[in-house]
Ligand binder design. Structure first.
Ligand code: ADP
Length: 319
């Protein structure tokens, strides 16, 4: 099973012809739905076939009821802290060209803490992987990863959003880091003072990407997601049998992408599921499964509820 530590948001989305200027009122089409990187990743892990437990913080409002009822529908076990604060929200405006403007109200998400993780640590029992992002306080993530290390579970850190700080102590507890290009570039600057252009990363030679990954997480595996180009993965050189390259690329299948929101979340959840379901399998096969899952998620609009079902994956890729 997989334990996901992270955020739940109610997303409020307005589609507009153009983004409003300050002081201006515009009409747009409205929809709302579940989101938050943590919840998106939990749904992805579950739909990719893993037993999934989700440690999060919720208020006592209709947003929290939405989280609980969707989790029940999906078969996700909730390890939720309930607080007197609004459940997390995101206000999203998207224009006709796909440009967006987003405001997040962290609300209850900001109240997730190490004490709560301590209280639910027993419920990590039997799980193989802990997966977290940084839309919830870093102390809670650190506490979860410390429990994981204690029990021999693997840890996956998705260092998102890009401007989130990652303390050295958290990197030290991380087995797999999964930045996208922007997050990779921002974290390289933070950790090592390196200036790397996110837009040209995918075109870098493998050996230099590998060297950058080694700087970011010397003792762990770094998997950089590259959108339509798939992923680049880099492992510590010493960990490999003679002759195996320490890096590899997995291409994404060609899909009819209509909405890439949550593609990174799809990848993270599916990777956690793959590592938990068959920990002994070659990394390349695990990455291939996760990339296919993420690519297929872009064919539907939305985030959490756009995650593919296993039946859809099988039908598409005959796995
Ligand atoms: P993020 O959503 O964090 O920016 P990426 O854009 O790197 O993450 O996408 C994560 C994964 O989703 C990719 O590795 C790939 O498998 C899939 N993906 C994203 N965009 C596309 C696309 N246009 N075509 C095919 N696959 C895609």
């Amino acid at each position: 099973a997989v334990v996901v530590i992270g955020s739940f948001n109610v997303d409020h989305v307005w589609t507009v012809d153009r983004l409003p200027r300050p002081g201006e009122t515009l009409a747009g089409r409205y929809r709302s739905g579940p989101g938050g990187k943590g919840f998106n990743q939990a749904v992805a892990a579950r739909r990719a076939g893993a037993g999934t437990r989700f440690a999060c913080a919720l208020g006592r409002d209709p947003g929290a009821e939405l989280a609980l009822s969707l989790a029940a529908d999906e078969g996700i076990e909730m390890l939720a802290l309930r607080v007197d604060e609004a459940t997390g929200t995101a206000g999203i405006q998207v224009d006709a060209t796909g440009r967006n403007r987003i405001v997040i109200g962290a609300g209850a998400n900001a109240r997730l803490d190490a004490a709560h993780i301590g209280r639910v640590a027993d419920r990590f029992e039997g799980a193989r992987v802990v997966l977290a992002q940084l839309e919830t306080p870093v102390d809670a993530v650190m506490a979860g990863f410390a429990v994981a290390r204690d029990r021999g579970m693997a840890t996956i850190l998705n260092p998102a959003p890009a401007d989130a700080g990652v303390p050295d102590a958290l990197w030290a507890l991380t087995d797999f880091a999964t930045p996208n290009e922007t997050e990779f570039s921002m974290q390289l600057k933070r950790c090592c003072g390196l200036e790397v252009d996110a837009d040209t990363l995918a075109a870098e030679p493998d050996a230099s990407l590998h060297a950058l990954c080694r700087r970011l997480l010397p003792a762990g595996t770094v998997i950089v997601t590259l959108g339509a180009a798939g992923v680049f993965a880099s492992r510590p050189d010493a960990a490999l049998p003679d002759g195996d390259p320490a890096w590899l690329r997995v291409a994404a299948p060609r899909v009819e992408a209509i909405d890439t929101t949550g593609a990174g979340d799809a990848f993270n959840g599916a990777l956690a599921a793959a590592l938990s379901l068959a920990p002994g399998r070659a990394l390349e096969a695990q990455l291939r499964d996760a990339v296919r899952f993420a690519s297929l998620s872009t064919e539907k609009a939305g985030a959490a509820l756009a995650m593919p079902l296993r039946s859809e994956l099988r039908a598409r890729f005959a796995t």
